[in-house]
Design a protein around this ligand. Structure first.
Ligand code: 13P
Length: 236
């Protein structure tokens, strides 16, 4: 069974949510679906049919942190997954590995699963540094984590996000193998790894055939519910 995660990012309006939800609730699927809603709408996406996720959280439980939402609050809404370390948060909000590590630990402490994003930019890829970048992100974001049953890693090459460009089958397979071997080598545990970056109905089946891909983190192609349904049905 694959894990198919929608990262809706900062999309959808309140009035669009019912159609999105009802459509998703009325199709049948065999894989596990997670919807990581925009923060304002997280409680509205609670469902028996798919799992609830958020796109971010803060590292404190409560207090004077204007504008932030704690992992504990997300848990109280029924969230099961929280995306952490997404490249958009790293670049626009200057989040660094030590802060992302704190978020991972906080999500775990609240009995939810972090979806930790790692991946390289174009220049790093061209310089042959993909694995060095991934290795550093893993080393610094996974400090203090000892149970990989409750954590998911997403390999998201940054150059692939929202661009329509995707790595070759071998590049995806090798990067995911690298991540799994890193966790196995350092922690003696297995970990689930998703692929993210320009996944859509035209490529999801082929990427899903790569045997070490445990699922997908989908941005653009999850915003329109009909696109997302097509993605889901291609991999059913
Ligand atoms: P796209 O699917 O739009 O490339 O975005 C991927 C992503 O960032 C998911 O977290």
């Amino acid at each position: 069974m694959k894990l198919i995660v929608a990262n809706l990012k900062m999309n959808l309006l309140f009035e669009e949510i019912n159609v999105y939800k009802e459509t998703l609730e009325n199709i049948s699927f065999t894989n596990k679906i997670v919807v990581c809603a925009p923060m304002a709408f997280v409680p509205l996406f609670k469902s028996d049919k798919y799992s609830l996720g958020a796109q971010n959280c803060y590292v404190e439980d409560k207090g004077a942190y204007t504008g932030e939402v704690s992992a504990k609050q997300l848990k109280s809404l029924g969230a099961e997954y929280v995306i952490v370390g997404h490249s958009e948060r790293r670049s626009y909000f200057k989040e660094e590995n030590d802060f992302i590590n704190k978020k991972c630990l906080k999500v775990l402490e609240n009995n939810m699963l972090p979806i930790l994003c790692v991946g390289e930019i174009t220049e790093e890829k061209l310089a042959g540094n993909t694995y060095n970048v991934i290795q550093k992100e893993l080393a610094e974001c996974l400090v203090g984590i000892n149970n990989f049953d409750n954590l998911v890693i997403a390999y998201e090459p940054i150059w692939s996000i929202g661009t329509g460009l995707i790595p070759s089958v071998d590049e995806i397979k090798d990067a995911i193998a690298y991540i799994k071997e890193y966790v196995k080598g350092n922690y003696r545990q297995e970990v689930k790894v998703l692929y993210g970056g320009s996944v859509n109905m035209n490529n999801i089946f082929e990427i899903g055939q790569i045997d070490n891909v445990d699922g997908f983190l989908i941005g653009t192609s999850s915003i329109n519910i009909n696109d997302f349904v097509n993605d889901i049905e291609k991999i059913n």
